[in-house]
Design a binder for this molecule. Structure first.
Ligand SMILES: [Zn+2]
Length: 268
C-alpha cells in the first residue's frame, strides 16, 4: 500500500489520456492532484481541459488557473474563481515575478484566498517556451512577494532549480511560502544537499518566525507523464529515508501541508 498523498504539481494530460492518469494516481496512492492550467497564449493552452477534468473527476483533480501574466487583469482572476478554479499558476512573465505591475494580480488572489503556484527557474527549451527568460522566475522574487502580501499563500515549484539556495532561505523567513520538489531536482540533487538547505528547526535562536520546521514547508509534486509518476513518488520516499525524517514530517510532505494550502480536511 502506497502512502496516501496529494500531488501539488501536475498538468492536464489530454482528454484521451485522462483515464490512464486516474489509474496512475491510484497506483501511486495519490488521492488529490492539482492540475495547473496553461494560458491560451501557450500552445497548448489547457485551462479549459484542466477545469473539465476536475468536473469529470471532482474527488481527484483540483484545477488552478493558468494566468496570462502580461494580459490578465484582477477581474480575470475573479472570473476564473467563479468558473471553478481554486488556485492560480504563474509562468513565463515578461518582467521579474516581483515587478510592481503584477502586484494587483497577486493582491486579488490573496483577497479571494486563491493559492498561487509559481514556476521557478529553468524551463525546458522547446518550441512552446523558447521565448522564456528563466532569470525572471527566481525564488528570491517570491521572498519579496511573500513579505509584501503576507495573506497570499505561495508555492514555489522545483525548489527554485537551479537556484535552490535562494529557495531555502526565502522559505525560512516567510510563513506563507512553500515549495515542491518536482521536475529534475531529485534526479541530481543529493539528500545531503537538500538537507543542508532545509536546516532550521522549530525552536532555538535560528528558527523560522512561525516556529515551523523546514520540512513542513515542502509538498509532494510530480510534474511528469503519468507513466513516470510512480518513479517520482519513489524519489521522494528515497529522500525521506536517506534523511531519516520523522513520521510527522513525512506526513506533512505527502499530505498535511498541501491539505492546509488547499483547505482540505486533514488526512487521518
Ligand atoms: Zn509543471
Amino acid at each position: 500500500m502506497r502512502t496516501k498523498s496529494i500531488d501539488i504539481h501536475q498538468h492536464f494530460p489530454g482528454t484521451n489520456k485522462l483515464d490512464a492518469r486516474v489509474q496512475a494516481c491510484a497506483d501511486a496512492g495519490i488521492v488529490k492532484q492539482v492540475l495547473l492550467g496553461l494560458p491560451e497564449s501557450r500552445v497548448p493552452g489547457d485551462n479549459a481541459g484542466s477545469l473539465e477534468a476536475s468536473r469529470l473527476f471532482p474527488d481527484l483533480f483540483i484545477p488552478f488557473y493558468g494566468l496570462e501574466m502580461d494580459a490578465d487583469t484582477p477581474d480575470n482572476i475573479s472570473r476564473a474563481r467563479d468558473r471553478g478554479f481554486v488556485g492560480v499558476k504563474c509562468i513565463a512573465p515578461r518582467r521579474p515575478y516581483n515587478d510592481p505591475a503584477y502586484f494587483p494580480l497577486y493582491e486579488r488572489c490573496a483577497e479571494l484566498e486563491l493559492p498561487v503556484l509559481y514556476h521557478l527557474g529553468i524551463v525546458a527549451n522547446n518550441k512552446a517556451w523558447n521565448d522564456c527568460d528563466s532569470n525572471l522566475m527566481r525564488a528570491i522574487h517570491l521572498d519579496h512577494i511573500a513579505r509584501m502580501i503576507p495573506q497570499l499563500t505561495i508555492i514555489g515549484a522545483h525548489f527554485g532549480n537551479p537556484w535552490s539556495d535562494e529557495a531555502g532561505m526565502a522559505c525560512r523567513w516567510n510563513p506563507n511560502l512553500f515549495f515542491d520538489f518536482s521536475g529534475s531536482l531529485l534526479k541530481y540533487r543529493s539528500p545531503q544537499f537538500l538537507g543542508d538547505l532545509l536546516w532550521w528547526q522549530s525552536d532555538g535562536p535560528y528558527s523560522s518566525p512561525d516556529k515551523t520546521t523546514a520540512w513542513q514547508k515542502i509538498c509532494f509534486g510530480t510534474d511528469v507523464n503519468s507513466d513516470l509518476m510512480e518513479d517520482v513518488r519513489q524519489d521522494h520516499e528515497n529522500l525521506m529515508n536517506a534523511l531519516n525524517l520523522t513520521p510527522e514530517l513525512r506526513h506533512a510532505i505527502w499530505y498535511g501541508t498541501a491539505a492546509k494550502i488547499l483547505k482540505l480536511a486533514p488526512e487521518v
